[in-house]
Write a protein that binds this ligand. Structure first.
Ligand code: SAH
Length: 209
């Protein structure tokens, strides 16, 4: 076993203990090289279960949070997923590795450019855009899931409209400079949103143009 295999194996065990039991999610996390998505200085810590800086004051989320959000989204092969906040591109890659068709928007051009390079693989279906994700991606809607990977005070109605019935939005909502709740909204056949709370989280703020 290589050092990487060992570190990834330990991470997968830890995620299972934390309640991640969806095999498609765990195997995507096993396959995607998180080391590629962190800075050279942090390669040693790439498979530790913690967030890391990615430049411009932004962070790549802790693997547990990526796994939790992905599992909560309830998506699989062929599903269209919208992500707001591409950041490093790691969450995008995990969804793409699961066979999802991912639409991801990043407001910071330098991060968007770096992520685009890392996500350029024939087996990953990703569509990337640089700009303000608050408006969503109307021409690609409706989505099976929408993942917001930066903190907002509330859910934007524009995004809720782009979710298909039966679909889910996963978002950190609350105090954007402090702690938020990780909230899951599921849309019923009548377009109503039912809310579940997955606990406290801490994300960088969602900004707007
Ligand atoms: N999913 C990322 C997490 C990145 S942190 C990962 O796996 O690495 C959140 C990201 O959201 C940052 O890169 C930040 O620049 C971006 N962001 C903040 N506000 C945004 C907005 N309005 N639209 C799109 N991206 C935004």
């Amino acid at each position: 076993m290589t050092k990487r295999d060992e570190a990834v194996g330990a991470l997968i065990d830890e995620l299972r203990h934390q309640g991640i039991d969806e095999d498609t999610v765990l195997s995507a996390i096993r396959s995607v090289p998180r080391a590629d998505f962190v800075s050279l200085l942090d390669r040693q810590a790439a498979y530790a279960n913690r967030p890391l800086p990615i430049g411009e004051g932004q962070t790549i989320s802790q693997p547990y949070i990526v796994a939790l959000m992905t599992q909560a989204a309830g998506v699989g092969r062929g599903d269209r997923v919208l992500e707001i906040g591409t950041g490093s591109g790691y969450q995008t890659a995990v969804l793409a590795e699961m066979g999802c068709v991912v639409y991801s928007i990043e407001i910071r051009p330098a991060l968007a450019r770096r992520a685009a390079k890392l996500l350029d693989r024939p087996s990953w279906a990703t569509h990337l855009r640089t700009g303000d994700g608050n408006v969503g991606w109307p021409s690609a809607a409706p989505f099976a899931a929408i993942l917001i990977t930066a903190a907002a005070r509330g859910l934007s109605p524009a995004l809720a409209k782009q979710l298909r019935p039966g679909g889910r939005i996963v978002a950190p909502l609350g105090d954007t400079d402090g702690v938020q709740r990780l909230v899951v909204y599921e849309k019923d056949a009548d377009g109503r949103l039912e809310q579940t709370d997955l606990g406290g989280v801490r994300f960088v703020p969602l900004v707007s143009d």
